[in-house]
Design a protein. Structure first.
Length: 178
């Protein structure tokens, strides 16, 4: 892996983590519901990671981003995010082997898959770690998961479109070296 790839991985991971923390704390969506927090944190942080992946443009880039983010979240006590990130990261790494990193199709697929998985898995693992499984009727929980999965899917696709446009501009203009 090139040194530039590692540097991009560190920079974009830290920027994504910092923006997620700032959004989560400033808006306080987690106080409303565990389902609403990912809606907020799947915006700018997801765009930053997607642009970072376009800039990195190398096999195992997703795993590098996953590892760095998992360490950041674990270090700050957000342990439910670690399995979330690892599962989404491994799945997306495999997907990148087939679709690549920079094409419109690749960015849309990668961003949508990661955003949707991180959104729903963070809620599942968060609820499990807090111990709410069993205290909420299964029918209600399943309906909430279905509704919010659709929301996360649509939101992640929109973030994918934004990421593609921004990433393409930054790469073509030379602001980010590919």
């Amino acid at each position: 892996m090139k040194i530039r790839t590692v540097i991009y991985g560190v920079v974009f991971s830290i920027a994504s983590y910092a923006s997620a923390a700032a959004l989560a704390l400033s808006i306080g969506a987690y106080a409303i519901s565990s389902f609403t927090d990912p809606i907020v944190t799947l915006t700018i942080p997801l765009i930053l990671l997607s642009i970072g992946l376009q800039a990195m443009n190398e096999k195992f880039s997703v795993l590098l981003l996953t590892l760095i983010n998992a360490v950041l979240y674990a270090a700050t006590g957000l342990l439910f995010m670690v399995p979330t990130l690892v599962i989404a990261g491994v799945i997306d790494e495999i997907i990148t082997w087939f679709v690549g990193f920079r094409s419109f199709k690749a960015v849309m697929i990668n961003t949508t898959v990661v955003g949707t998985l991180v959104g729903i898995l963070s809620v599942i693992f968060g609820i499990m770690m807090v111990g709410l499984i069993g205290s909420i009727p299964f029918k209600d929980l399943a309906l909430a998961y279905l509704i919010f999965t659709i929301i996360y899917l649509v939101e992640s696709a929109i973030m994918g479109l934004i990421s593609y446009k921004l990433g393409s501009y930054l790469l073509k203009s030379g602001i980010i070296k590919g």
